[in-house]
Design a protein around this ligand. Structure first.
Ligand code: PMP
Length: 494
């Protein structure tokens, strides 16, 4: 144990030690039941006389903060409750001015706000459509455990080193192969592994934009991207969406007016609306970007999860050369806790992104990348993808049926053909944030729509994740949502 001792201080040494321990016990950093070092041991550690430690312990024992057990040692007791005036956190005057300044300019990402909202109204038995991932039960933990063990046996220390900064080369080759089957001709040296696609998005922002620059996004769009863009001080300009994705025709006028430095788009099964950008608009968007010299950041977070209809080419597959930075992830298809995403880029931007990756976190977990590579090269990935698509297709259909059966007419939605989300617009301008507590009371939770919008729209919308619940729960959850809406229409609608 380390206890700072000031040898020049007028305070006796035993007192300094007892005060340090007292503070640690009250703050909880030394918890009740913790065994304290023997006096002889602590005296040796601190380079003081054993009597000094014995005096410090005696004082704490007299105050009931520690107790000794014959033959077993000295332990921390449960501290008596402090009188209210001693509670430090209620009074922030002791904080340095720079900390107080932070308090005066609070900032909370919308994703943290959502987490707090969900915790506030959580109750047993609630059916939640809030998450942004698939069903973790489809991922074989046992298979992954075996793969990790075999990697540690095979690669030993090498698996625990930083590894290649652009990412494990074999995984980059595997990703390039998978992308080639999807019509994206990527070479392994154009693939950069990131710690989740969230980091890939951040790297692109760091490499290409400055605070005050404008970024063009679909409105609505992924709330975590909006949080990120705000954190970097960007101006965010939205282009509306319809059932064919971003209204590219409207983007031209906005581009001329706002002069954005980057276009961020989610062309497949968009978060939050679930819609896909049409083939025609994909070509229009590429032409627009080229005409105005604007790079495109393509976020393909669930492109593989198609249940119906034709696959459209990725924007990256239509890229005439160096215009599109493609970003994707294993979070939705496998597990988000792996924290493995990647980007594909050509030209000098690749080196720039690699440098930002290095200064950002040195490297993505080498062990996890190696395990992931082994996991997906043995064909498990394709099998897992097939299984996931089968299962999510049923859930998607269950959600569509339930919405059509249980929700009041006037609710507008575009039936999704893939991905994990459905997006609803409610009638009568019903505010989905205001309705949230009522829905939780009925036993169902969703994500309020305003968090996905860069302007004041989306208040009458909500997002549902259909992938994380089995069909019978989806049916029941939407029934509950239907009840909530009936109640709300009676209470709030004019
Ligand atoms: N893009 C989109 C559209 C997302 O929905 C998410 C996660 N919800 C991400 C990127 C980031 O995911 P990750 O960092 O886990 O890859």
């Amino acid at each position: 144990m380390r206890i700072p001792i000031d040898h020049q201080s007028n305070t006796a040494m035993y007192k300094q030690i007892s005060e340090f321990l007292r503070e640690s016990i009250y703050s909880g950093s030394l918890q009740a039941g913790t065994r304290l070092p023997a006096t002889r041991q602590l005296a040796r550690d601190l380079g003081v006389n054993r009597i000094t430690i014995a005096n410090a312990y005696a004082e704490l024992q007299a105050d009931g903060l520690i107790y000794s057990q014959q033959g077993s040692g000295t332990y921390v007791a449960t501290p008596p409750a402090l009188p209210p005036c001693a509670k430090k956190e209620e009074n922030n005057d002791h904080l340095p001015p720079w900390q107080q300044q932070l308090q005066e300019q609070p900032w909370m990402p919308s994703t943290r706000f959502l987490e707090a909202l969900s915790q506030k109204y959580a109750r047993p038995g609630i059916i939640s459509f809030e998450g942004a991932t698939g069903d973790s039960r489809l991922f074989s933990i046992d298979d992954f455990r075996k793969v990790i063990q075999s990697i540690l046996r095979r690669d030993r220390e090498e698996a625990l080193d930083y590894g290649e900064r652009a990412g494990y080369s074999s995984l980059r080759r595997t990703i390039a192969q998978i992308l080639t089957t999807q019509g994206i001709a990527a070479r392994p040296e154009e693939v950069l592994i990131a710690s989740g696609s969230q980091q890939a998005l951040a790297l692109v922002i760091q490499a290409l934009l400055h605070p005050g620059d404008t970024i063009l996004v679909e409105c609505p769009t992924y709330a975590g991207a909006l949080d990120l863009f705000r954190a970097y001080g960007l101006n965010i300009t939205g282009v509306p969406l319809d059932e064919k994705g971003m209204c590219v025709e409207k983007a031209e006028e906005i581009i001329q007016r706002e002069q954005p430095r980057l276009i961020y788009t989610i062309p497949n099964f968009q978060n939050p609306t679930g819609v896909c950008l049409s083939g025609y608009r994909r070509r229009q968007l590429i032409a627009l970007a080229c005409n105005h010299n604007i790079p495109i950041l393509e976020d393909d977070f669930v492109g593989d999860l198609r249940y119906e209809g034709y696959i459209q080419p990725a924007l990256k597959a239509l890229d005439p050369g160096g215009w599109v930075i493609y970003v994707s992830t294993f979070s939705k298809m496998l597990m988000p806790g792996l924290r493995v995403g990647f980007l594909v880029a050509q030209g000098p931007i690749y080196e720039r992104l690699l440098s930002y990756k290095r200064v950002s976190d040195l490297a993505t977990s080498n062990l996890v990348q190696r395990a992931l590579d082994a996991y997906i090269t043995v064909g498990r990935y394709q099998a897992h993808l097939r299984r996931s698509c089968q299962s999510y297709r049923r859930r998607c259909q269950a959600m569509i049926n339930a919405i059509e059966h249980h929700l009041p007419s006037g609710v507008r939605f575009i039936p999704p053909k893939g991905g994990i989300f459905a997006w609803l617009q409610l009638p009568h301008n019903l505010d989905t944030l205001k309705l949230y507590p009522m829905a939780c009371e009925e036993g169902v939770a969703y994500t309020p729509g305003f968090v996905f919008c860069c302007d004041s729209s989306g208040k009458d919308c909500l997002r549902l994740n259909f992938a994380a619940q089995p069909p019978e729960m989806i049916e029941e959850g939407i029934k509950r949502l239907g009840k909530t809406l009936q109640r709300a229409i009676k209470t709030y609608a004019i």
